[in-house]
Design a protein. Structure first.
Length: 394
């Protein structure tokens, strides 16, 4: 008796539905879980054929299943189990896993069906299928997009290759022209410079200020043109990859003193270049020609952009770690808005006015210093001062 009550309690509290029918398919019992699944009360189903809980086609074929089993003993579902659909009272259907067992009880057969609702599992599977379909669609769209991008990139690459080839040809033509023009101009300019110097010499006995004035203008103009040609030639060599630094040991102080003396000769009236060296050492291992070009360029800018009666500070320093070159002037300065573009080729600050220049000097300085594995720094205050610092690790 106790075992019967325990078994009944288990059946009544089971999560899965449990249904028993006789050998003719008549419902004898349903546990609460089964009643809840199908939406019926117990008195609405007991005594009725199990077919009432089945949608077509199982509903019409169920009696045939039982008859065939009774006559042939062939098991189609008993002891095997399968997925089927159930029909609720409200007409809706749901999927469940059905396992059927056969029990001999008091000389008659009773079939017990165990029902496990698969609604949530099927919903999850459907969501997964939908996600998979969406993902496949998205992958297909992305694949099409990537294919278009690849085609566009291939076309763009071909266009760029053609453009680069044309640009390369144009650059070669430009380099040849610049080189030829620079060399061709250099000879007549040298002649003009020599003639101006001779005129100045032969005119000295006359002490004519007008002659001196115009000769000075000629010499300045020739000097400006020579600087422009030198800048173009330097840029052409850099662009062609024809500049390779040659490192050698030389006396930095001696070089700086020579440059100071040379640049002082072209300084404006009462402009003074003050040179000073810091440190006990004077020998460095750099490219002397490239460094000289950088120094002359920066001091030339200081002369050009500073007024008369000003000082230009030219300092060198050799310490344990670095060689440092500093050029400072008290000229027009560089507007803050222009400083970001300062080292771009052909760029000139908007406050240079009619002061001659190509806008190539600082670009060449930067590239020469970079070739020597150094760095260029600067700071400038408009209408007050500008300082350029070249630093090289030892």
């Amino acid at each position: 008796m106790e075992k019967a009550r325990l078994l009944n309690a288990i059946i009544e509290t089971a999560i899965d539905g449990i249904i028993t029918i006789d050998q003719h398919g008549i419902i004898e019992s349903l546990n609460p879980a089964a009643l809840k699944l199908f939406g019926y009360g117990l008195d609405e189903v007991v005594g009725h054929n199990i077919k009432m809980l089945m949608p077509e086609p199982d509903k019409g074929a169920h009696d045939g299943y039982l008859d065939r089993y009774e006559h042939t003993g062939e098991k189609r579902i008993i002891g095997i189990g399968r997925e089927v659909r159930g029909l609720r009272k409200n007409g809706s259907t749901f999927p469940f896993r059905l396992a059927v067992s056969e029990v001999q009880y008091k000389e008659r057969k009773i079939y017990t069906g165990f029902i496990h609702d698969l609604s949530k599992e099927k919903e999850a599977e459907e969501r997964l299928r939908e996600y998979a379909a969406e993902l496949e669609e998205l992958v297909e769209e992305r694949t099409k997009s990537l294919k278009k991008t690849v085609v566009a990139l291939r076309e763009a690459k071909e266009e760029v290759s053609l453009s680069l080839e044309k640009e390369k040809e144009l650059n070669q033509m430009k380099s040849r022209f610049v080189s030829m023009a620079s060399h061709e101009f250099r000879t007549p300019l040298s002649s003009v410079q020599l003639s101006a110097s001779l005129i100045e010499k032969y005119a000295q006995p006359f002490q004519n200020k007008h002659i001196e004035k115009h000769v000075s203008k000629i010499k300045n103009a020739v000097g400006n043109l020579t600087t422009i040609l030198n800048d173009f030639l330097s840029l052409e060599r850099l662009e062609a990859g024809g500049v390779e630094p040659t490192f050698s040991s030389f006396d930095l102080v001696k070089l700086a003193e020579e440059i100071t003396e040379e640049m002082q000769m072209i300084a404006k009236q009462d402009q003074n270049i003050i040179y000073q060296h810091t440190g006990l050492e004077s020998m460095v291992m750099l490219d002397q020609n490239l460094l000289k070009n950088c120094m002359i360029n920066l001091i030339g800018n200081a002369i050009k952009y500073s007024g008369e009666n000003t000082f230009i500070e030219f300092n060198t320093e050799i310490n344990e770690n670095q060689c440092i070159v500093t050029i400072k002037d008290n000229g027009i300065g560089i507007p803050e808005s222009d400083q970001i573009h300062l080292f771009q080729p052909f760029f000139r600050a908007n406050n240079t006015g009619n002061i001659p220049g190509t806008g190539l000097g600082l670009n060449i300085v930067l590239r020469y210093v970079t070739l020597m594995r150094g760095e260029v720094q600067f700071n400038s205050i408009i209408n007050k001062e500008t300082t350029f610092i070249l630093s090289f690790n030892k």
